[in-house]
Design a protein. Structure first.
Length: 157
């Protein structure tokens, strides 16, 4: 029975965390998730959670780790990567060239010492980035799809 109640708690936590990460998600971080779940309202059911303090600590740690991450794993098309004193200006030139041809695409200039990179799009899966890759190949024959770990959920179309 404990195993099923533990699984139910994790499922509830995952659902609430997913809702909190959506645009407009309004779950307050000021209150404990278990307090929110056990809150009683007229005309609604009652949830009672019985567990150890250790489990509450584990769930709180999981929630804190999720809040520290900048985003989720996804894919972008990389157009440029350069090093040196002229790399920043080259990245800005690439961005201007892309904007002139694809004004609706989101372009990201990233600096991670010593590299300047220009990336386009935000895709959850690699196959979603492939149509954009084919369009961009006409202007940038050496472009390719890259995996990135910090795409905010709101960036996905």
């Amino acid at each position: 029975m404990k195993r099923y109640s533990l699984a139910a708690v994790f499922l509830i936590v995952i659902v609430f965390e997913g809702i909190a990460q959506l645009p407009g998600g309004n779950l307050s971080s000021e209150t404990d998730i278990f307090d929110r779940l056990e809150k009683t309202e007229d005309g609604k059911g009652i949830i009672t959670i019985e567990q150890s303090e250790r489990m509450e600590g584990l769930v709180a740690t999981h929630i804190a780790m999720n809040r520290r991450t900048a985003g989720v794993e996804g894919f972008r098309v990389q157009l440029f990567s350069g090093v040196g004193s002229k790399a920043r200006q080259e990245a800005l030139d690439v961005k201007a060239k892309v904007l002139s041809e694809f004004p609706d695409e989101r372009i990201f200039i990233e600096y991670s010492a010593p590299f300047w990179r220009v990336r386009v799009g935000s895709f959850r899966h690699k196959h979603e980035a492939l149509p954009l890759l084919e369009k961009l190949r006409k202007l940038f024959p050496a472009c390719y799809v890259v995996k990135t770990n910090d795409i905010p959920l709101r960036a996905f179309k």
